[in-house]
Each structure stands twice: as C-alpha cells, then as structure tokens.
Design a protein around this ligand. Structure first.
Ligand SMILES: NC(=O)c1ccc[n+]([C@@H]2O[C@H](COP(=O)([O-])OP(=O)(O)OC[C@H]3O[C@@H](n4cnc5c(N)ncnc54)[C@H](OP(=O)(O)O)[C@@H]3O)[C@@H](O)[C@H]2O)c1
Length: 277
C-alpha cells in the first residue's frame, strides 16, 4: 500500500456483478483505485478458473448459483456494483439485507425487476443508472442549469453514433426530456463510421452559441462513473437514487464552496443571461 492510498478502515469494499465485456474493464479500474478494494466478482456460469487477466489473486470469483448469504458473510462488502444482467436483480434483497449498498448499471429493467429494486431499497441505498458515465450526467445537470439561466435559449440535441446503431440514443432522448424538448424535432441523429458515442446540447443565444458536449472514448468511463456513484452512495440512507442526483448534489456542493470563497458582487442579486433568444 502506498502513502497516498486511503487508510484500510476508510477504503470501500466492493463486490462486482458481471465480468463480461464491461465488467472486466470495471474490475481493472477498481484495481487501480486508491480508496477501494475489489473483494469479489460474480458471474452467471463462468467456471471458477475463468478470471480476467489482471484480476488480483485475492479477489474471490464465484457464480450466481453458488452465491449465498454465507458467501457474503465470508466476504463482506460495502457496495455492490452490477454490470451483469437484468435477471440478477433478484439477488438485490439478499445483498441489501447483508448491508450492501447497490450501484446498478443495468441498461434496462422490465417490470419483473421492480419489486426486487423496491425491496432492496427498504434496507439499503440503491442507485440505478442506465448511463453511468460521469460526463453525460454532468452534461445533463449543467444543461438544466444553463436552461434556467437562459430560459429563452433555442436548444437542440445532437447525437452521433456508429453507422450500425439503429435507434435514437436513449441518452439523447433523456436529455431532451430533461430540457422539455420535442424529441421528434429537437433531437438530431448522425450515423457514421465507428463513432462510439457523442452527445451535444446546443444553446442558441442572441449573439452567441454555447455547446455542452460529451464524447465516449473508452468503456473504462463506465467504471469511473460507477466508482463515483459508489463513493456517493456510501453516505446515503436506504432508498432509491439516480446518478443525476449524485452528480447534482456534488455539483451544488462544489458551487456552494466556490461561492463562499468568492467576494460577493456589489448589490448581489440574480442576473438573467438574456431576456429573449
Ligand atoms: N449503465 C451504463 O452506462 C452501461 C454501460 C455499458 C453496459 N451496461 C450494461 O451492463 C451490463 C453488462 O454489459 P456487458 O456488455 O459487459 O455484457 P456481457 O459481456 O454479456 O457480460 C455480462 C456478465 O454478466 C454475467 N451475468 C449474466 N447474468 C448474470 C446473473 N444472473 N448473475 C450474475 N452474473 C451474471 C455474465 O456471466 P458469464 O461470464 O458467466 O457469462 C457476464 O460476466 C448490461 O446490462 C449492459 O446493458 C450499462
């Protein structure tokens, strides 16, 4: 352990569900974290020896069938990060009763998963985010703030993805919904080449344009987002949370610190960005 690494008592113990395409990247990010220990990972059927290269020998790997309250007692964790499959939500009540907070990055849950999420949230803090990158949630929170500052701004959302992506990005639709835009007129899709994912919110103001852009470069960003969520969730009471709430409250705390440090302007008061676009 290096001098910068957090004290053992303050380090978060993490369990990871899913060691597939994204889960393996997340495991790599967790291994590099200064304030977290990946204690175990669970797969659906993968045999016990099938470990992603780079997974430390002390990380226990098990399967959904062998997973039990006994395993959790033997390998206690503070937060479970889920990059497995919607069907794994049935394990959430057991995890919550064992004292684990849950960060779920599952892209979509059907109605059958909802009772499991609700039952878990009665015992522990549960955060579900279908897009868990910090950047896109920052764009969401910052866009809403920008819209409040400039209520008459002309706004469009542009999303770009690889040629093969068939439908409009769910993230773009979420941005449009959060900003009260018409998804059929104000969300513009571009399909070209191998773009991983790019979302842009454009604010047209009288004499200038403001653009908030997020670009995905690597799936590792999902791991960094999940780790941010885990740190935030560690201080929350039982209940359901979203990534937007985690980012918004961090945003607000940072802004409050910034304001406290700044010298107040003479007269103070709120200034509108513009009266009309
Ligand atoms: N929120 C976000 O921003 C975000 C971003 C990317 C992906 N995702 C979501 O993350 C999930 C994983 O994506 P992926 O591309 O990594 O999928 P993947 O490559 O198919 O990997 C899925 C992993 O989950 C395991 N698994 C499946 N069912 C399970 C169960 N019931 N219990 C425990 N483990 C189980 C699999 O086990 P085996 O190894 O034994 O097959 C595998 O390791 C998907 O839901 C995806 O939509 C979310």
């Amino acid at each position: 352990m290096t001098a910068q690494r957090a004290d053992r008592q303050t380090r978060l113990r993490i369990g990871l569900m899913g060691l597939g395409r994204i889960g393996s990247l997340v495991a790599g990010e967790l291994a590099a974290a200064d304030d977290m220990d990946l204690c175990w990972a669970v797969r659906r059927t993968g045999d016990g020896d099938a470990r992603p290269s780079g997974l430390a020998p002390e990380v226990a790997v098990t399967t959904a069938a062998e997973w039990s309250p006994g395993f959790l007692r033997e390998h206690p964790v503070d937060v479970v990060i889920d990059f497995s499959h919607a069907s794994a939500a049935r394990h959430y009540p057991m995890l919550a009763q064992a004292g684990c907070r849950i960060v779920s990055a599952i892209s979509h849950y059907g109605p059958e998963a909802q009772p499991f999420l609700a039952a878990a949230a009665r015992h522990a803090a549960v955060l579900h985010s279908p897009n868990i990158t910090l950047g896109i949630n920052f764009v969401l929170v910052a866009s809403r703030l920008m819209q409040r500052l400039a209520p008459h701004a002309d706004i469009e959302v542009v999303e770009e993805h690889f040629r093969g992506q068939p439908e409009t990005s769910g993230t773009a639709l979420k941005l449009a919904q959060a900003l009260g835009l018409d998804p059929t007129r104000q969300v513009n899709s571009i399909r070209v080449g191998g773009i991983v994912g790019r979302h842009e919110v454009i604010f047209g103001l009288p004499n200038q344009t403001i653009r908030l852009t997020h670009e995905s470069i690597s799936g590792k960003a999902f791991g960094q987002g999940a780790m941010f969520a885990a740190r935030w969730l560690a201080a929350q009471r039982p209940g359901r949370y979203t990534m937007e709430e985690a980012v918004r409250s961090t945003f607000a705390a940072t802004l409050a610190d910034d304001l406290a440090a700044a010298t107040p302007a003479p007269g103070g008061g709120r200034v509108r960005w513009s009266s009309a676009a």
